[in-house]
Design a protein around this ligand. Sequence first.
Ligand code: 3PG
Length: 305
Amino acid sequence: MKVLIATEKPFAASAVNEMKTIIENAGIELVLLEKYTSKQELLDAVKNVEGIIIRSDIIDSEVINAASQLKVVIRAGAGYDNVDLKAASEKNIVVMNTPGQNANAVAELVLGMMVFMARNKFNGSTGTELKDKTIGIHAYGNVGRNVARIAKGFGMTVYAYDPFLKPEHINAEGVIAVDSVEELYKVSQYISLHIPATPATIKSIGYDLVSLMPKGATLINTARKEVIDEAGLLKLMGDRDDFVYIADIKPSNMDEFNAKYEDRCFFTPKKMGAQTKEANTNAGLAAANQAVAYLKSGIDKFRVN
Ligand code: 3PG
């Protein structure tokens, strides 16, 4: 039996070593494909494996069809929009994620990027502080909750909107639950996005909604680029010279953002929210354990299809 770790953006070597131990101790062979540059490499690697562990790597129907022995795909991370769930289900392949395991890493990056931009990219000019500012958490899941915790440490007032949670649940954590997404944007000088990319959320963050934010507002996107209506956001940045956009996922039209609004936008060169040794270890080990538990005992906790 074989499990493939296929990561275009690899885990830390120490995490891979620990994953190897878990997998090999279960009598399963580990196959490693890191930093691959073509889809063909992935198609070749999946041929004879029963399990695949991935990050943002694309598992589409072509990959699924090439993997004739495949039983389980583990997305070491939260978002699984990179996996074709329908194609997997049609072949009785179980797909799981590892929710929460990289959440703190993403949340720390959110606050780090906020400080960076509030201090004008550390260019020495006078900036602003986060203390006493308002932040709205758009979707109060694992990452949103960690952002709230750290933002409170900065002395920010934290609001959240999450249609899937009871307001009491949010309020109990010292966060003010609001009733509508519009209200969240109205009260928040900073908005941190933590919604998944689904048919309902794709392009849902656009001109009308973001325009509700107060003067001097900043939008932070460590979720997915697809949730942004980029044309609408570009128009907003043109209309409002007080508006700042920060993202850990480059927009499709990044060059236009940078050419026109360089001082007011920042994009990490490569998506790096979950790229810490701790997050790699947490998510990688959880993925290895889940792969073994499914292949050896049929346990499918955190199944998403
Ligand atoms: C996630 O969904 O877990 C994050 O977006 C991290 O993705 P990555 O594993 O590609 O860094």
